[in-house]
Design a protein around this ligand. Structure first.
Ligand SMILES: C[S@@+](CC[C@H](N)C(=O)[O-])C[C@H]1O[C@@H](n2cnc3c(N)ncnc32)[C@H](O)[C@@H]1O
Length: 266
């Protein structure tokens, strides 16, 4: 029996990928089911905690790069629970006046995001589902906050692996972005896990809010950047995407790999 009570509208009986991720990052917005699923993930892939931290550093570097390229509007789909160095904080530091929209389909992200952003006029959080990209692009709240006819920094970080047919979704979004826009992706790959661990990992994700996981190969992920110019160093292991010289590098621990890259739309 689960004795924890979640906020109204929050299901604490099904592990949520947003809350599992929060736990892996050391956050407090998670429940017993999420912690149990996260611990199982760590058992299967001992690098899980390092992987999520590395992913967060990628977000900071990618948003900073987008700001340097002159981008002042950011659309972060699959934004996750607020943590440290959120997209709006990085964007506003790099380019004051930037406008940010967070989109997620997990109600807990919306509740916490709205509380955090209550007095922030430049950033909003809306409910939306990446499986319905037209719905996101046509959402009046998003169109009031961002001008989609001008360049946008689109982030889909650690989310596309929850979407089985992601190729057409990425293409739909790309086709609506203005020239000068950018897209940042990070994504799970199989790494050096053996067949049995991959099978157990898939089973674990089936029981979560995402109802499954679709790790992809480097070649499959490169196709998501069709139509974009990949910026240096290309699509690489997340930890290797523009590491900062003074940052401690994580030791390589066997397990799942993540790839990350940023593309610019000519
Ligand atoms: C692993 S977290 C990544 C959070 C953040 N992007 C990061 O990298 O730090 C994945 C997020 O994607 C969200 N998500 C999963 N499927 C989604 C969908 N179909 N539409 C919108 N968000 C989704 C989850 O709720 C979760 O918050």
């Amino acid at each position: 029996m689960n004795l924890e009570q979640g906020p109204p509208g929050i299901d604490v009986t099904v592990p949520s990928v947003a809350r599992i991720y929060d736990y892996l990052l050391g956050g407090k917005d998670n429940f017993a089911v999420d912690r149990a699923a996260a611990e199982k993930l760590i058992e299967l892939t001992p690098n899980a905690r390092e992987g999520v931290r590395s992913n967060r550093r990628f977000i900071r570097r990618a948003v900073t790069l987008m700001a340097e390229k002159g981008i002042r509007q950011f659309l972060d789909i699959g934004a996750g629970l607020p943590t440290q160095e959120n997209v709006h904080e990085v964007a506003l530091r790099a380019a004051p006046g930037s406008r940010v929209v967070y989109v997620d389909n997990d109600p807990i992200v919306l509740t916490h995001g709205r509380a955090l952003l209550a007095d922030n006029a430049t950033t909003i959080v809306v409910d939306g589902d990446l499986r319905d990209p037209e719905g996101i692009l046509g959402d009046p709240r998003i169109n009031e906050h961002l001008d989609l006819s001008r360049p946008v920094g689109l982030l889909m970080v650690a989310v596309l692996h929850f979407i089985p047919d992601a190729g057409s979704i990425v293409a739909t979004l790309r086709d609506r972005l203005a020239p000068g826009s950018a897209m940042a992706l990070s994504h799970l790959s199989y790494g050096d896990l053996d067949e049995e661990k991959i099978r157990e990992g898939r089973e674990l994700y089936k029981s979560t809010s995402a109802a499954g996981v679709t790790p992809r190969t480097h070649a499959e992920l490169l196709r998501f950047f069709d139509g974009f110019d990949l910026v240096e160093p290309g699509l690489v292991v997340t930890e290797d995407w523009r590491p900062e010289p003074d940052e401690p590098r994580l030791p390589r621990i066997p397990g799942v790999d993540g790839y990350a890259g940023v593309g610019l739309l000519p």
